[in-house]
Write a protein that binds this ligand. Sequence first.
Ligand code: ATP
Length: 218
Amino acid sequence: MAQFAVIGLGSFGATVATELVGLKHDVIGIDIEKKYVESISDVLTHSAIADATDEHVLDELNITQCDAVVVAIGEDIEASILCVLHLKNLGVEKIWVKAKSKAHHMILTHLGICKIIHPEEDMGVRVAQSLSYPMVSRYMALNDDHYLVKVEITENLAGTRFHSVMDHVPEVRAILHKREQEIIYSIDPNLILQDGDVLVIEGSIEPLRRLSKHFTAK
Ligand code: ATP
């Protein structure tokens, strides 16, 4: 169990904090507005109504004891930056910050923040990807060009042999096959795919795009 602080309990901060509690971590949530703190205080391990632009307040809340701090103040860029500066002064090493604009992002980069989050943009990219490749239920970028994608087999591919789909694009690799609770890493090329099966595939974007055509059309 790790200890986290989430500063700013708007919809993004509150979601992060709630998820962390769900993952069995200790979470302190901080917001300047009483109503935001009250709406989530039952869920959190600790909560505080406080101004995160005040270094003494952050110090008193023992923020340095946390394994990581998430700064989820969006609109008030000045408050976000001041808060980050104080956290740095206090010696907090792992700071994740939500950025609202390019200028905000640039300043955070100059302050040495490595984890800068753009939730709206990230979600926009995910929605576009899902619309573009409906069979990809999840994906993970390994680097700028390489992805790990989770593909769900639908009716149109049921009854097809695994190799007859994958052989179209030899540059990509199937990492695993899942059917209900069973996970297989050494996939039999003659395996007959069933509706609801899952494949996790690794490859670069262009071959994955080519492969996607074989998942959408029989
Ligand atoms: P979201 O999209 O997550 O709802 P947002 O990006 O619109 O939020 P804001 O609503 O500006 O961002 O900020 C998120 C939260 O941060 C708000 O609940 C706000 O009260 C809180 N906040 C703003 N300034 C401070 C501060 N100085 N100290 C602590 N909390 C703050």
